[in-house]
Design a protein around this ligand. Structure first.
Ligand code: IPE
Ligand code: IPE
Ligand code: MG
Length: 242
């Protein structure tokens, strides 16, 4: 597909709220579970697309701490799906040189899932093609809170930000949320202070490469000013290309 020129500006870290599984299922007269299952397929496809488009880092929001308020049957299904997908795809991830990291509070997850996470993280720890973070039982406020507590518990060594889950990684420069919902829902908060925000009405299970390319085009057109004026930014770019 030649919809996007490789020379164009691409994000280094893409963060996605994969939203709309339930509504997609409803629209297609399927159970919510089928929507989640299809959503996992889109997530795998997204990892491949990031490699294809040279995006080195991808963070996907799979389960937020607020999602504990869903019916227990749905929660159980989601964790089972997560475990099965992890077991099924861990070698695929490894063969594709993907390094997997899970962000979020772990103690509340089922023990079998916790074990599979540790195994997958260890197996893929040295891969360098794509950094894939999956946020599971994550919340941006929780992360800030645990970072400050860990810093205090460690005699305030370094800065408290060093203890955030994404501390060793670049801040996301592009954020996508599907399904026509315009909110952050307690996803990455501190590190998204200057992230470009892209929203699309497409439901996550139906999100395609064409939709992805539209988001990349949006990113390519943004001028990242970080508080400076447009003239300053253009001057800086001109100096850099000399
Ligand atoms: C996102 O899809 C997946 C999770 C939160 C696990 P939803 O399940 O939120 O789908 P909608 O928003 O109900 O359509
Ligand atoms: C958003 O979940 C987070 C994930 C996709 C995991 P929801 O779709 O439940 O978010 P809200 O509650 O509608 O904002
Ligand atoms: Mg939702």
């Amino acid at each position: 597909m030649h919809l996007f020129e490789p020379s164009e500006k691409i994000p280094k870290h893409l963060a996605i709220i994969m939203d709309g599984n339930g509504r997609w299922a409803q629209e297609n007269k399927l159970s919510r579970s089928k929507g989640h299952k299809k959503g996992v397929e889109t997530a795998s496809k997204m990892a491949e697309l990031c490699i294809k488009h040279n995006i080195p880092s991808l963070t996907l929001f799979a389960f937020g701490q607020e999602n504990w308020q869903r019916p227990s049957k749905e929660i159980r299904y989601l964790f089972r799906l997560f475990l099965l997908s992890l077991k099924k795809q861990v070698h695929w991830l490894n063969n594709h040189q993907i390094r997997l990291t899970i962000l979020g509070e772990r103690q509340s997850l089922p023990a079998s899932l916790r074990e599979a996470i540790i195994e997958a993280e260890q197996l893929t720890a040295h891969n360098t093609k794509l950094r894939l973070n999956i946020a599971c039982n994550y919340s941006g406020q929780w992360d800030i809170n645990q970072a400050v507590n860990s810093w205090v518990g460690n005699n305030q060594t370094g800065n408290w930000q060093d203890y955030l889950s994404l501390a060793s990684q670049e801040n996301p420069d592009l954020f996508i949320r599907t399904s026509g919902v315009y909110r952050l829902s307690n996803f990455i908060l501190w590190e998204m202070a200057y992230t470009e925000l892209y929203f699309t009405p497409v439901m996550w299970p139906a999100f395609t490469e064409e939709d992805f390319v539209l988001a990349l085009k949006f990113f390519n057109q943004t001028e990242r000013r970080f508080g400076k004026t447009s003239t300053q930014v253009k001057q800086q770019e001109a100096n850099m290309s000399c």
